[in-house]
Design a protein around this ligand. Structure first.
Ligand code: ADP
Ligand code: G6P
Length: 540
C-alpha cells in the first residue's frame, strides 16, 4: 500500500473546532493533513528517562497522530540547543544570538537518527516521505543509511540565509551535504532558494544542472520554491462563525470611537516586536492628535522558554509596553494592550476583523501566516490595512500591503499613519488584490505542488520573474490518487503501542488500518511534537 509520510518536529493534532495552535508549520500541516485523513507522527513533547522508541497514537479529526518521547538531554541539546540556539538565530540573521556547542550538534544528529530508527519500520515500498523544517535536516540522510530508497522531500519553513552566514556554522558542509540525500528540497521564496544555490556554488564547488537541479557532493537534488499558505476556506468559515462574531462584537465594543492596530506573533525576537513597539511609540510622539484615537493590541504567546534569548526578549517587551503606557496612558485610555495568551483560531479571526490595521513586522520570517490570516478575516466592504515587513517571506506575494523596513521606527510610524487615514476605495483595492492571492495560493495549493513535484509528476516551480509570483503558485489540479477517501475516516481512542505493532495493529486487536485514497490508498504520516504538552500559558 503506497502512502505519503510527512515528518515534522512539532505535531499539532487538527481539531476542526477552531482550537488554538501556535506556529505556522503546525497550522499548515494540520490543515493539509485534515483533508487526507492522514497520520502525524513525532515527538510527544514529553521526556522519558531513556529513549525507548515507544509510540503513542491517537486519532483526531480523522488524522492519526503518533508521537515518541525524548530524553532530557535530547531536548536540551537538540530542540533547545542546535535547533533553537544555533540554527534558528543564524538562519534569521541573528549571529549575535547564535550559540555553537559541539554537544548541540551531537544531540541533533542523535535525535535525527532516533527519529529515523523509529520511522524506518513503518516505511513501505512506494511510500513518499515529506520531512519538515530545520530540526530535521539530517533525517533523510539517516533514513538512507538505514536503506530507505523511497522518494524523500524536505521543506524548509524558515529563511535560507546568505551563504556567508551559513559558512560561519562549524560543520556547515556536513549539514548541507545531508540535503543532497533528498530527492526534492523546497523553500518558501525564490530568494531563499537562490541563497541556497549561491551557497552550493560558492562554498562547496557545486553546479547548477538546470533550472530545477543542483549537483554537489557527487549527488543531484531537485530544488523549488513552494510558498506556504493558510487554509483560506476554513478561515472564511471561522470568520462567519458564532465565536468569531462574538469576539468581534466584544472587541468592537472595547474599541468604540478608537482605531485598533493588531499584532499577533509568537514571542520571538525574529518577529520585530520591540521595533514595532518603538514604531508605535513614535506615532504617538509625533502625532498628539492621534493619541486617544488609536490603540495597539499585541498578542504574543510565550515561546521556547528553555532558551535564554526568549526569556530576555520577554522581559524587554514587558518593560517597553509598560514604559509606553506610563508615558501616554490616560484615565480612560491605554495605548498598548499587551497579552501573552493563546487564543482559539476563531477568536483570533474575530480580533483580526475588528482591527483597522494589521501590523506584521518581522525582522526575518520564512513566510508569516499571520499576514495572510489578517487579510482573510477582513470585511470586504470595509477592510483593514496590512502593514508588512519587507523581510517577511510573505512580502514577496503581498506587494499591495504597505511594505516597511522594520528597523525604522519612523517608517513604521509613517505607514501606520497612512493606514489609519486611508480612504475606503484604496483599502478595498489593496485588500481585494491581497485576498485574491491568499485564497488562490492556499495551503492546499502548497501541499499539492510539493507532493506532485516529490512524486516526480511535476517539475518544481521555475524561478519567479518579479516580486509577485502568485500566478506560478496557483493551485495545481490534485492527482486523483492523492485525494482522500473521506468515507474511510474513523474515530478511535488514543492508544499506546510500539513501532512493530503499528505495522500490524490488527494482530494486537487494534482498529483496522486507515484506508486512504481508493486506488493507491495513499495516506499522510508526520513526525512531530505534541502541542498539547507544551508549557505555555493556557486559557483559564
Ligand atoms: P511562526 O510560524 O513563526 O510562529 P506564522 O505567522 O507563520 O509564524 O504562524 C503563526 C501561527 O500561530 C498563525 O497561524 C497564528 O494564528 C498562530 N498564533 C499566533 N499567536 C497565537 C495565539 N496567541 N493564539 C493562537 N494562535 C496563535
Ligand atoms: C516556526 C518554525 C516551526 C515551529 C514553529 C513554532 O514556524 O518554522 O518549525 O514549529 O515556529 O515553534 P516551536 O518551537 O514552538 O515548535
Amino acid at each position: 500500500m503506497s502512502r505519503l509520510i510527512v515528518v515534522s518536529n512539532r505535531v499539532n493534532p487538527p481539531s476542526g473546532k477552531g482550537d488554538e495552535s501556535v506556529g505556522g508549520l503546525a497550522m499548515a500541516l494540520s490543515a493539509a493533513l485534515r483533508a487526507y485523513s492522514g497520520l502525524w507522527f513525532g515527538w510527544s513533547g514529553k521526556t522519558a528517562p531513556e529513549f525507548s522508541g515507544q509510540l503513542s497514537m491517537q486519532i483526531a479529526d480523522g488524522v492519526t497522530v503518533a508521537t515518541v518521547d525524548l530524553e532530557e538531554a535530547d531536548v536540551s541539546e537538540y530542540y533547545n540547543g542546535y535547533a533553537n540556539k544555533t540554527l534558528w538565530p543564524l538562519f534569521h540573521y541573528r549571529q549575535d544570538l547564535t550559540a555553537y556547542d559541539r554537544s548541540f550538534n551531537e544531540g541533533y544528529q542523535r535525535v535525527n537518527r532516533r527519529f529515523a530508527e523509529t520511522l524506518r519500520p513503518l516505511i513501505e515500498e512506494g511510500d513518499l516521505i515529506w520531512i519538515h523544517d530545520y530540526h530535521l535536516i539530517p533525517l533523510g540522510r539517516e533514513l538512507r543509511a538505514l536503506g530507505v530508497e523511497n522518494r524523500i522531500g524536505f521543506f524548509l519553513h524558515i529563511p535560507w540565509p546568505a551563504h556567508q552566514l551559513v559558512a560561519t556554522l562549524p560543520r556547515h558542509k556536513q549539514l548541507v551535504e545531508a540535503l543532497f540525500d533528498y530527492d526534492l528540497v523546497g523553500f518558501q521564496t525564490p530568494e531563499y532558494r537562490q541563497a541556497f544555490e549561491e551557497y552550493v556554488l560558492s562554498e562547496v564547488d557545486g553546479a547548477i544542472v538546470d533550472e530545477a537541479r543542483l549537483r554537489a557532493f557527487g549527488k543531484t537534488v531537485q530544488v523549488g520554491d513552494f510558498p506556504i499558505g493558510i487554509d483560506a476556506a476554513e478561515f472564511a468559515q471561522m470568520v462567519a462563525g458564532e465565536r468569531a462574531e462574538r469576539t468581534f462584537g466584544v472587541m468592537a465594543a472595547h474599541t468604540a470611537f478608537r482605531k485598533m492596530i493588531v499584532g499577533v506573533d509568537r514571542l520571538d525576537y525574529s518577529k520585530g516586536l520591540e521595533e514595532r513597539f518603538l514604531g508605535f511609540e513614535r506615532l504617538l510622539a509625533d502625532n498628539p492628535h492621534l493619541r486617544r484615537e488609536v490603540l495597539m493590541l499585541q498578542i504574543a504567546p510565550v515561546s521556547r522558554e528553555g532558551v535564554d534569548s526568549y526569556q530576555e526578549i520577554r522581559a524587554r517587551l514587558d518593560a517597553l509596553s509598560g514604559r509606553i503606557n506610563g508615558e501616554y496612558a490616560d484615565i480612560d485610555w491605554n495605548p498598548v494592550r499587551y497579552v501573552n495568551r493563546n487564543y482559539r483560531r476563531d477568536e483570533l479571526a474575530g480580533v483580526y476583523r475588528a482591527a483597522k490595521v494589521g501590523l506584521v513586522t518581522p525582522m526575518r520570517d520564512g513566510m508569516n501566516l499571520v499576514a495572510k490570516e489578517f487579510v482573510a478575516a477582513q470585511d470586504p466592504d470595509d477592510p483593514g490595512v496590512l502593514v508588512l515587513s519587507k523581510f517577511a517571506g510573505a512580502a514577496n506575494q503581498m506587494g499591495e500591503a504597505l511594505i516597511v523596513n522594520p528597523n525604522s521606527p519612523e517608517e513604521i510610524a509613517d505607514a501606520l499613519k497612512r493606514a489609519l487615514s486611508m480612504g475606503l476605495a484604496e483599502r478595498i483595492r489593496r485588500w481585494s488584490a491581497l485576498n485574491e492571492g491568499v485564497q488562490r495560493d492556499d495551503v492546499t495549493a502548497w501541499r499539492d505542488a510539493f507532493v506532485k513535484a516529490l512524486a516526480g509528476e511535476e517539475e518544481p516551480r521555475k524561478p519567479a520573474e518579479g516580486p509577485h509570483y502568485g500566478e506560478q503558485a496557483r493551485p495545481l489540479s490534485v492527482d486523483e490518487r492523492l485525494l482522500p477517501d473521506l468515507g474511510a475516516e474513523r474515530e478511535a481512542d488514543a492508544r499506546t503501542f510500539g513501532a512493530a505493532a503499528l505495522r500490524d495493529p490488527e494482530a494486537r486487536g487494534d482498529p483496522p488500518p486507515l484506508r486512504l485514497s481508493t486506488g493507491t490508498g495513499r495516506g499522510l504520516q508526520v513526525l512531530g511534537r505534541d502541542q498539547g504538552t507544551l508549557a505555555r500559558p493556557t486559557r483559564p
